[in-house]
Design a protein around this ligand. Sequence first.
Ligand code: C5J
Length: 231
Amino acid sequence: MSKPGKGVVKAEPAPIELDFARTALVIIDMQRDFLEPGGFGETLGNDVSQLSRAVKPVAAVLAAARENGLLVIHTREGHLPDLSDAPPAKVERGAPSLRIGDPGPMGRILIRGEAGHDIVPALYPLKSEIVIDKPGKGAFYATELGAVLKQHGIENLVVCGVTTEVCVHTTIREGNDRGYRCVALADGCASYFPEFHDLGLKMIKAQGGIFGWVSDSASLLEALAAARMAS
Ligand code: C5J
């Protein structure tokens, strides 16, 4: 496959030029535990149907990233079966209907290897793609993500997934502090709380892009198609 090329992606607070050979598509936690009834998200009292709107845009950018040869990284939030990587402060938090590790309709809640921990079928990773298992909200904390990005010469992260203000935001903040240009795809992210989604995106692009850029799936697809035409 030829090199993925470069392109200018429409974004706020300003367009951003991306060298797609140095850009990773990072898809955060599109897991059944967050998107489907009976998982972690619902045990916390959330309306999980709020997250389904992100699936189609993410599927579109995932297909284009695969076609253009971008590095694709999927993440999954979850814990080891013995909960040794789950801080009691996380497990004991709040009053969920089921706690992390409890048996639920999709297996033990937020536990690696269980059905609920898996990625939704529409966005299932290819065998060749990288899947990062993370115990926290940010994808850099206690994972190999930093080393993987370094190994692939990545400078830019296009980030989508769920939820906007929790794991997407934490990952963008972590990435920004590590020197990556982070671009959130507005329609490729979703929250149980639409107002947090809107505010989360506003926070990223405010103050000249204090954490990064905000774009959308159509703008990324346009830039990838132009790069493909030019190559
Ligand atoms: C949450 C996530 N919301 N993936 N996790 O607990 O955003």
